[in-house]
Design a protein around this ligand. Structure first.
Ligand code: HEM
Length: 81
Protein backbone atom coordinates (compact mmCIF):
# COMPACT_ATOMS: atom_id res chain seq x y z
CA UNK A 1 0.00 0.00 0.00
CA UNK A 2 1.12 3.55 -0.67
CA UNK A 3 2.06 5.92 2.14
CA UNK A 4 1.96 8.95 -0.14
CA UNK A 5 -0.24 11.86 0.98
CA UNK A 6 -3.77 12.49 -0.22
CA UNK A 7 -4.33 15.87 -1.89
CA UNK A 8 -7.53 17.67 -2.80
CA UNK A 9 -8.21 19.13 -6.24
CA UNK A 10 -8.13 22.55 -4.55
CA UNK A 11 -4.58 21.99 -3.30
CA UNK A 12 -3.47 20.76 -6.71
CA UNK A 13 -5.04 23.80 -8.38
CA UNK A 14 -2.86 26.14 -6.28
CA UNK A 15 0.24 24.70 -7.98
CA UNK A 16 -0.34 26.16 -11.41
CA UNK A 17 2.87 28.09 -12.21
CA UNK A 18 6.63 27.77 -12.03
CA UNK A 19 6.57 30.13 -9.01
CA UNK A 20 4.07 28.08 -7.02
CA UNK A 21 5.26 24.76 -8.42
CA UNK A 22 3.62 22.85 -11.25
CA UNK A 23 1.40 19.97 -10.13
CA UNK A 24 -0.77 17.84 -12.38
CA UNK A 25 -3.05 14.85 -11.89
CA UNK A 26 -3.43 11.70 -13.94
CA UNK A 27 -5.76 8.80 -13.19
CA UNK A 28 -6.16 9.77 -9.55
CA UNK A 29 -2.48 10.37 -8.86
CA UNK A 30 -0.69 13.67 -8.19
CA UNK A 31 2.66 14.70 -9.70
CA UNK A 32 4.99 17.63 -9.06
CA UNK A 33 6.42 18.16 -12.54
CA UNK A 34 8.08 21.53 -11.83
CA UNK A 35 11.54 20.18 -12.65
CA UNK A 36 10.31 18.50 -15.83
CA UNK A 37 8.82 21.61 -17.44
CA UNK A 38 12.20 22.76 -18.81
CA UNK A 39 12.89 19.23 -20.12
CA UNK A 40 9.58 18.80 -21.95
CA UNK A 41 10.03 18.09 -25.67
CA UNK A 42 6.72 19.88 -26.32
CA UNK A 43 7.92 23.07 -24.60
CA UNK A 44 5.73 25.44 -22.58
CA UNK A 45 2.49 23.82 -23.75
CA UNK A 46 2.87 21.56 -20.73
CA UNK A 47 1.91 24.53 -18.52
CA UNK A 48 -1.63 24.45 -19.93
CA UNK A 49 -2.21 21.45 -17.67
CA UNK A 50 -0.65 23.08 -14.59
CA UNK A 51 -2.85 22.69 -11.52
CA UNK A 52 -5.21 20.16 -13.10
CA UNK A 53 -5.62 16.97 -15.08
CA UNK A 54 -3.42 15.77 -17.93
CA UNK A 55 -6.20 13.68 -19.47
CA UNK A 56 -7.76 16.23 -21.86
CA UNK A 57 -4.36 17.30 -23.18
CA UNK A 58 -3.01 13.80 -23.59
CA UNK A 59 -6.19 12.88 -25.43
CA UNK A 60 -5.44 15.75 -27.79
CA UNK A 61 -1.70 15.02 -28.10
CA UNK A 62 -1.79 11.25 -28.37
CA UNK A 63 2.00 11.10 -28.67
CA UNK A 64 1.92 10.74 -24.87
CA UNK A 65 0.26 7.30 -24.95
CA UNK A 66 3.58 5.49 -24.64
CA UNK A 67 4.97 3.42 -21.77
CA UNK A 68 8.18 5.42 -21.55
CA UNK A 69 6.22 8.65 -21.08
CA UNK A 70 4.15 7.16 -18.25
CA UNK A 71 7.49 6.08 -16.80
CA UNK A 72 8.69 9.70 -16.79
CA UNK A 73 5.50 10.77 -15.03
CA UNK A 74 5.93 8.11 -12.33
CA UNK A 75 9.25 9.64 -11.32
CA UNK A 76 7.42 12.81 -10.24
CA UNK A 77 4.61 11.24 -8.20
CA UNK A 78 3.99 12.96 -4.86
CA UNK A 79 0.57 11.66 -3.82
CA UNK A 80 -2.96 10.65 -4.68
CA UNK A 81 -6.31 12.42 -4.92
C1 HEM B 1 5.85 15.79 -26.69
C2 HEM B 1 6.21 14.27 -22.12
C3 HEM B 1 2.46 17.09 -20.89
C4 HEM B 1 2.22 18.73 -25.42
C5 HEM B 1 6.25 15.11 -25.55
C6 HEM B 1 7.29 14.11 -25.51
C7 HEM B 1 7.42 13.71 -24.22
C8 HEM B 1 6.43 14.42 -23.46
C9 HEM B 1 8.39 12.66 -23.67
C10 HEM B 1 8.09 13.60 -26.72
C11 HEM B 1 7.28 12.46 -27.32
C12 HEM B 1 7.88 11.87 -28.56
O1 HEM B 1 8.35 12.63 -29.42
O2 HEM B 1 7.88 10.64 -28.68
C13 HEM B 1 5.23 14.90 -21.38
C14 HEM B 1 4.99 14.69 -19.97
C15 HEM B 1 3.94 15.50 -19.63
C16 HEM B 1 3.51 16.20 -20.83
C17 HEM B 1 5.78 13.73 -19.08
C18 HEM B 1 3.30 15.72 -18.27
C19 HEM B 1 3.99 15.61 -17.13
C20 HEM B 1 2.04 17.76 -22.01
C21 HEM B 1 0.90 18.65 -22.09
C22 HEM B 1 0.83 19.11 -23.36
C23 HEM B 1 1.92 18.51 -24.11
C24 HEM B 1 -0.01 18.98 -20.90
C25 HEM B 1 -0.14 20.06 -24.02
C26 HEM B 1 -0.94 20.85 -23.36
C27 HEM B 1 3.18 18.10 -26.16
C28 HEM B 1 3.40 18.29 -27.57
C29 HEM B 1 4.44 17.43 -27.94
C30 HEM B 1 4.85 16.72 -26.73
C31 HEM B 1 2.64 19.24 -28.46
C32 HEM B 1 5.02 17.23 -29.33
C33 HEM B 1 6.28 18.01 -29.49
C34 HEM B 1 6.82 17.75 -30.87
O3 HEM B 1 7.18 16.59 -31.14
O4 HEM B 1 6.86 18.69 -31.64
N1 HEM B 1 5.73 15.28 -24.29
N2 HEM B 1 4.32 15.81 -21.88
N3 HEM B 1 2.64 17.70 -23.25
N4 HEM B 1 4.08 17.17 -25.69
FE1 HEM B 1 4.22 16.50 -23.79
Amino acid sequence: TSSLPIYTLEEVAKHCSLDSGVWVTYKGEVFDITEFVALHPGGDKILLAAGGGLEPYWALYAVHQQDHILQILTEYKIGVL
